[in-house]
Design a protein around this ligand. Structure first.
Ligand code: NCD
Length: 354
């Protein structure tokens, strides 16, 4: 299948991702060869939500390919503050640019943008739902460090309820096999069932546990995440959850010498500062890989030319999505597209039951 937008990591076939990884590694080795690859091309970066790494890595990716960038990092500096819909913003941006990057606090926002766009749209994070380019970064880093994406033992710790990087990563691993996942969280911040369900009929094992110490000695990869303060409805609830998990030297002393510690960043208090100097801490390297993988993705999408995806296979439901954070409950003109997954009707924007 040819993917026109990158909304969900699984829009891409496995072999397409492998090609992008080969390209990203080549760009890293031979950057000058790619310096003019996107000369004359414009990328629009629409960041409705704060970002450092994702935004900067997309910007520098385009600049290092010889292209230029327009967009906003604060929606209040654009017509969004006047009430413009994502549909209109995207239609306008499609007139001026060749590729679009969208980050939005609402789930399914990138899918919505894709419906109205005449240029490829890349999802740079849609609320607590998905973050496919972070997943590309994570998988590229794991493959580089461990030489494989199968038969690994992976601990994922922190805010597994709200962390879109976690949801995207687990969804991507549903296409791999033989992995064991230790999902480490408090009861309140457990991985949503719709995400663990994606691994249910695969040859991967999932254990939901409450402490890092229970599994750290077995792990090939420990993926730490921050507690996502901005996704809590009450500050009190956040206060109860913050600082529950802190990776410190004492816990790390139980780990293997070849453990690979990843974090999508930003980190807050969940990793003790001294760990940054431990050779197992690979999160800054991971962030650097993020730029090369985004360069390879931009190139792939621009090289192949855009054709509008066919939405005719989707069902239009008369019911609303049950997820209050789904964009369809905020931008009312959007068709209630849904799709059948394992016999259940789910929202095509946010993957929740409809
Ligand atoms: C993550 C995000 O925005 O989801 N950061 C990133 O893109 N590298 C993780 C986070 O904010 O916790």
């Amino acid at each position: 299948m040819k993917f026109s937008h990158l909304i969900d990591f699984n829009d891409m076939e496995k072999h397409e991702f492998e090609q992008i990884c080969v390209r990203a590694a080549d760009i890293r080795e031979n950057p000058s060869y790619y310096a003019d690859a996107c000369r004359g091309k414009v990328m629009a970066a629409l960041f409705y939500e704060p970002s450092t790494r994702t935004q900067f890595s997309f910007q520098t990716a385009m600049m290092r390919l010889g292209g230029v960038q327009i967009g906003f990092s604060d929606p209040n500096s654009s017509s969004v503050s006047k009430g413009e819909s994502i549909k209109d913003t995207v239609k306008i941006v499609s007139c001026y640019s060749d590729i679009g990057v969208v980050r939005n606090p609402l789930e399914g926002a990138a899918f919505a943008a894709g419906i109205y766009s005449d240029i490829p749209i890349i999802n740079a994070g849609d609320g607590g739902h998905l973050h496919p380019t972070q997943t590309m970064t994570d998988l590229f880093t794991i493959q580089k460090e461990k030489g494989r994406l199968d038969n690994l033992c992976i601990g994922i710790c922190g805010d597994l309820l709200n962390g879109r990087t976690v949801h995207s990563l687990l969804k991507a691993f549903s296409r791999h096999s033989g992995n064991t996942f230790y999902l480490i969280s408090t009861e309140a911040l457990k991985t949503p069932a719709y995400v663990t369900d994606m691994l249910k009929d695969t040859d991967n094992k999932v254990y939901e546990i409450a402490s890092i110490e229970e599994c750290i000695d077995k792990l090939d990869v420990l993926y730490m995440t921050r507690i996502q303060r901005e996704r809590f409805t009450s500050l009190d609830e956040y206060e109860k959850q913050k600082n529950v998990y802190v990776l410190d030297m004492k816990k790390l002393s139980l780990a293997r010498k070849d453990l690979c510690i990843l974090h999508p960043l930003p980190k807050v208090d969940e990793i003790e500062d001294v760990i940054d100097d431990d050779p197992r801490a690979l999160y800054f390297e991971q962030a650097k890989n993020g730029m090369y993988i985004r360069m390879a993705l931009i190139l792939k999408l621009l090289e192949r030319g855009f054709s509008k995806p066919d939405y005719s296979g989707l069902i239009v439901s008369s019911n609303n999505c049950e997820n209050p954070r789904c964009i369809t409950n905020h931008e009312k003109y959007l068709p209630h597209y849904c799709k059948m997954v394992d016999g259940k009707s789910v929202c095509a924007y946010c993957d929740r039951p409809i």
